[in-house]
Ligand binder design. Structure first.
Ligand SMILES: Cc1ncc(COP(=O)(O)O)c(C=O)c1O
Length: 351
């Protein structure tokens, strides 16, 4: 199972249902809202500041517009950077709203909890699989274990367990890159930029049910045994150091590159980054070119619409770039070079 199903249990335990409302951050991926929609809860989005911290003044305004009782608020530590939720916790407590702390981007496992995270929410949810070489793994935690009394999980079918084990034994299969791949980036960019950009279809659709990324039947499914084994036996310190080194490599490689800036240029001490968030000035054409070069980039362009200017801007401008511990030196060199060259590239330039 994944973190989204742990979120489903947290929302349910907090009392989210068809007669109540739920507050979620305006910058989100669909799997953060899916479980609330599955419970038929009314979802309201609260605005964030540029550093992705909740905006306390705006929260009161949002609350003032909600007619149904608000049962829960989800607060996220994005990209592994711990936010200080002390004030938010107080705000929720004063209004009898359950704070659910989203540690999906944080190294938060049964064995290890990143500093500054997991101590504010009545429920804490994480996705350990995002930090390890395994197929799944979501975690629901509460400092008050009695709150989780009565929750039971069912084991995955044997076929899923075997598939998970096979993947773990095979290891990750990532492409091998050579110096000629790096040397050909400029040529590829010239050829890409000579062609017109074919924009994706950007449309707003109404949806009151979960996305296809969510299956209510999996809510009680336990994580695979192989995943739990990998999480419990991976070299944590080494992984954290590698992730930090890859993150810093991104920061250094792009420091003097135009048309972009790192959202968090300095990693806090003790932080295990999940991804490197990069703000780009011109998603059109840069996002398009990067995708066509094959750079593994993500962005949350499928997002519920809100009045939050930051979420609206980041939807297309904020790229999530990998800093996983398993990335090789050549892969990092290729990716950082491809991003740097693309962001400096001007259509019609000759290499
Ligand atoms: C911030 C955040 N919270 C929660 C989730 C849900 O996590 P999972 O993929 O483990 O279901 C995601 C998914 O990527 C996420 O990015």
């Amino acid at each position: 199972m994944h973190g989204r199903y742990a979120l489903a249990e947290a929302y349910r335990l907090a009392g989210v249902d068809r007669n109540s409302a739920f507050l979620a951050p305006a910058y989100h991926c669909v799997t953060m809202l899916d479980p609330a929609l599955a419970l038929e809860g009314e979802v309201h989005l609260y605005p964030l500041r540029a550093d992705l911290a909740p905006d306390p003044v705006a929260l009161d305004k949002v609350l003032g517009t909600v007619r149904k009782p608000v049962k829960a608020l989800l607060a996220t530590h994005y990209f592994g950077i711990a936010q200080d939720f002390t004030t938010l916790r107080q705000w929720c407590a004063e209004r009898d709203i359950v704070l659910i702390e989203d540690c999906s981007h944080v190294l938060f496992t049964e064995q290890f909890q990143a500093s500054g995270t997991g101590s504010h929410g009545r429920f804490v949810v994480s996705s350990p699989y995002k930090f390890f070489a395994c197929d799944d793994g979501g975690l629901l935690h509460s400092a008050d274990a009695r709150l989780l009394d009565g929750l039971a999980t069912e084991s995955a079918p044997l076929s899923d367990e075997l598939r998970g084990l096979k993947r773990v034994l095979e290891g990750s299969r990532s492409p091998t890159l050579t110096t000629s791949d790096i040397a050909s980036i400029d040529r590829q960019l010239v050829s890409l930029s000579a062609k017109p950009v074919v924009p994706g279809k950007d449309a707003i659709t109404e949806r009151s049910v979960p996305s296809s990324c969510y299956s209510a039947a999996l809510t009680a499914r336990a994580s695979l045994r192989s995943s739990r084994f990998v999480v419990a036996h991976s070299p944590l310190n080494d992984n954290i150091l590698r992730r930090r080194a890859n993150y810093d490599r991104w920061v250094e490689s792009l420091a003097s590159v135009p048309n972009c800036h790192a959202l968090f240029p300095v990693l806090p001490r003790d932080c295990a980054p999940y991804m490197f968030p990069l703000h780009i000035d011109h998603p059109d054409p840069h996002f398009y070119w990067l995708k066509h070069l094959g750079v593994p980039i993500w962005r949350w362009d499928e997002m519920a619409d809100s009045g939050c200017p930051i979420a609206r801007e980041y939807r297309l401008h904020l790229l999530h770039l990998p800093c996983h511990q398993a990335l090789t030196e050549d892969q990092m060199t290729w990716m950082t070079t491809a991003v740097a060259r693309t962001l400096q590239h001007v259509a019609g330039a000759v290499p």
